[in-house]
Design a protein around this ligand. Sequence first.
Ligand code: SF4
Length: 193
Amino acid sequence: MPELKPAIGNAGAAMKAATGAYTPSDVSPNRRVQRRYSIRLWSVRHSRLLEWFYGRFAHVFLLLHPLWKAIGYSRAEAPVTFVEKRVKGLLFDCRMCGQCILSSTGMSCPMNCPKQLRNGPCGGVRANGNCEVEPDMPCVWVKAWEGSRNMTKGDDILNVQKPVNQSLRETSSWLRVTAEAAAMTETIKDVQA
Ligand code: SF4
C-alpha cells in the first residue's frame, strides 16, 4: 500500500501543526509519492522525445475522428478518460484538469504547483529552485522552463494561459483537442469548397 504512508504523514503533520509544535522547515507536510515524482522528472528530462511522440499520437487520434464520431464523442469520453488518467498520471502526475498545456510547459504539469499557477512561478521559489510550499519539491515552473528549452516549440511557454475552467475537470483533453482539430479541418474544407 505505497499511498498509505504519505496520507498518514499528511495527517500527522496536520495534527502536529494544529498543536503549534515545531516542524522542521526542510520537511514537506505534503510529501509526494517518490516513485511518481521520479517519473515526472524523467518526463521533463525527455520533453523533446515526448513532444515528438505526442505529435504523432495526436495525429493518429485525429485520423480516428470518424470512429469517435460514429461511437459518439460523449460515449467515448469515459473509456478514453480512464486511459488518459492512468497514462498521464503515471508520466506527469496529471491532475486531470481537462485542458492540458503540457506541450507549453516543458512536459511539467502546472497543476502540481500547490498554488496551481498556470502562467509561471510565484515569487516564492527558493534559492535552490524548490517550492516554497513543498520545500523538498523542485518548483514545477523551474522544471517547466528546463523542459521547454529541449523542445522544438519550447517558446510556447511564453503564451499566456487562460484560467482553469473547473467544469472541464476529469474530462479528456485528448478527445477535446481531437474534436476541435476535426471541427477546424471541416470548417476549412467548407470555406474552400
Ligand atoms: S495540464 Fe491538466 S491535463 Fe495536462 S497533465 Fe496537467 S492536470 Fe493533466
